[in-house]
Design a protein around this ligand. Structure first.
Ligand code: HEC
Length: 140
């Protein structure tokens, strides 16, 4: 009974793939090739908090979401130093509890790795009048 079932399943799979092969033969071949920036891994998000699921994310969920939405965390970007300053500010003024060294450094590593300063937050371009002379310009 079992072997014949498997044989049927295999035959069905083969005929389906044969079908889709024919279809794809008649369709135009895609001409666009994925660009390197499109190949960046898409992070997996925790559906409840929106936190990126990566090493120690649960530590961050436990310590950083009791008082406010995780959105406050995920919309923020910073270096390890900037994240540490934010934690110190909350401890000094917002009643964030003391974190032991191990917990704190793991939380900061998670934050700095997953929410680092990004291109969208770079400063605006310097106005042309404030730019230094261009050594390659023919008119200057
Ligand atoms: C004891 C409560 C409490 C805990 C726990 C807590 N926070 Fe906060 N946090 C606050 C309060 C209060 C604010 C100010 C909220 C507001 O402005 O609406 C805040 C604001 C923030 C902001 C926004 C700062 C800004 O400049 O807008 C960030 C980012 C943040 N918290 C990150 C964290 C992280 C990361 C953790 C975990 C290490 C954490 N919070 C844990 C109380 C807490």
């Amino acid at each position: 009974m079992r072997p014949s079932f498997i044989a049927v399943a295999v035959a069905a799979t083969l005929s389906v793939s044969a079908c889709s092969k024919e279809e794809s033969d008649s369709e135009p071949v895609p001409t666009t090739v994925a660009q390197p920036q499109e190949l960046v891994a898409v992070p997996v998000l925790d559906p409840a908090t929106g936190l990126i699921v990566a090493q120690d994310w649960e530590l961050v969920r436990a310590n950083c979401t009791p008082c406010h939405s995780a959105k406050l965390v995920t919309q923020q970007r910073g270096t390890a130093e900037q994240w540490l300053r934010m934690i110190r500010w909350m401890q000094a003024s917002q009643n964030l509890w003391p974190l032991d060294d191990n917990t704190e450094s793991r939380i900061i590593a998670y934050l700095a790795d997953n929410y680092p300063p990004d291109a969208a937050r770079r400063r605006a371009a310097i106005p042309p009048a404030l730019m230094p002379p261009n050594p390659f310009s023919r008119t200057e």
